[in-house]
Write a protein that binds this ligand. Structure first.
Ligand SMILES: *[C@@H]1O[C@H](CO)[C@@H](O)[C@H](O)[C@H]1NC(C)=O
Ligand SMILES: *[C@@H]1O[C@H](CO)[C@@H](O)[C@H](O)[C@H]1NC(C)=O
Ligand SMILES: CC(=O)N[C@H]1CO[C@H](CO)[C@@H](O)[C@@H]1O
Length: 309
């Protein structure tokens, strides 16, 4: 098996010890990598992996937070609440019922809580979007609700009756569009409705039903950095101290735009429980060590052949 020459035998024994230190170092290096960092560094990573679920709205993540998603997991102002399986988002002046969220397009269908719950419980404020956070996502049409109006001279469609503080007039009615002229009524408010659903209705629509169908807004918060972060295996968070997005990586200190990939992880974004993670990773690193063994023994054999020839 070994060459006869005493001389070459000694050489090969000398060479055979060479690949060993490489393997040893690799094992130490891998051991270090698969040992999780201790402490709170992964706390935010963990909690920002929670999804917001409420009634029919499920799987919601950055830039939204709320419920089991702490404040540092979403953009300020995009807090979602859950009440009786109803998702609610609140702005400075109004609460909105969230009917649908499409996280791919960042489009939300919302409706004012106040008027869609109780027409007489409406706050007399116009519906004005926070232009930093939202823009209209599709064509819409304003409806103007008038409250505390004098009795109409002729019957009016979409009339309603509500007591209003400060006047004995209880008549109310809904007008399409935004009223530009002075109204005879005590108060009025403007509510957007989806133009599409408006067009689909035949005859005189129940305008309050239109209000309940909501309107579409697009969240303007830029999530491109978040997408890159998630594609590198990270989770999206928000640094409340510096007021900016941060990429959270498992077992890595925050601060980089994307997570550092390790050569034996074939970068998939879904990372289950830390336990599952560890076991799959150690089996992968085991395979890697084995591969290295094969490579180094091939290297040894090759080298030996060169020497013996
Ligand atoms: C949730 O249900 C409770 C009890 O039925 C009720 O008092 C409350 O107004 C409801 N909230 C919403 C947002 O519907
Ligand atoms: C709807 O009403 C709002 C608030 O009164 C106004 O700012 C907006 O321009 C109106 N939009 C349309 C399409 O009339
Ligand atoms: C093994 C595995 O989980 N593969 C997934 C990696 O991620 C892509 C999408 O990003 C999935 O399509 C694969 O199934």
């Amino acid at each position: 098996m070994f060459p006869n020459s005493h001389d070459t035998k000694m050489k090969s024994q000398f060479l055979s010890t060479k690949p060993l230190p490489i393997c040893f170092c690799t094992v130490l290096f891998l051991f270090h990598l698969i040992t999780p960092l201790s402490g709170d560094e992964n706390e935010q990573y963990k909690s920002c992996g929670n999804l917001f679920n409420c009634g029919k709205i499920t799987g919601i993540h950055y830039p939204f937070w709320g419920n089991n998603r702490p404040r540092e997991c979403g953009y300020p102002g995009l807090k979602l609440e859950c009440e009786n399986d109803t998702t609610i988002i609140e702005t400075e002046t109004l609460k909105y019922r969230v009917l649908d969220i499409n996280q791919d397009t960042q489009v939300l269908r919302i409706t004012r809580m106040d008027i869609s719950t109780d027409i007489c419980g409406a706050k007399f404020v116009n519906t004005i979007l926070d232009s930093e956070l939202f823009e209209y996502a599709s064509a819409y049409m304003n409806l103007t609700f008038h409250y505390g109006c004098p009795p109409p001279i002729f019957p009016f469609p979409n009339q309603f009756d509500c007591p209003v503080k400060g006047t004995t007039n209880r008549n109310g009615y809904v007008e399409m569009g935004t009223l530009l002229s002075e109204s005879m009524c005590h108060a009025s408010l403007v509510v957007p409705t989806s133009y599409n659903s408006f067009g689909n209705l035949k005859g005189l629509p129940n305008l309050l039903d239109l209000v309940r169908e909501g309107f579409e807004v697009r969240c303007k918060v830029d999530i491109s950095a978040c997408r890159s972060c998630e594609n590198s295996g990270g989770r999206c968070g928000y640094d409340l101290a510096s007021n900016q997005f941060i990429c959270l990586c498992q077992n890595q200190p925050p601060g980089s735009a994307v997570c550092k990939g390790s050569p034996f992880l074939t970068g998939n974004t879904t990372q289950p429980s830390p336990a599952g993670m560890g076991s799959s990773e150690s089996s992968r690193s085991g395979a890697f060590v084995l591969q290295l063994h094969i490579i180094s023994s091939q290297f040894y054999v090759g080298l030996n052949n060169v020497r013996t020839n």
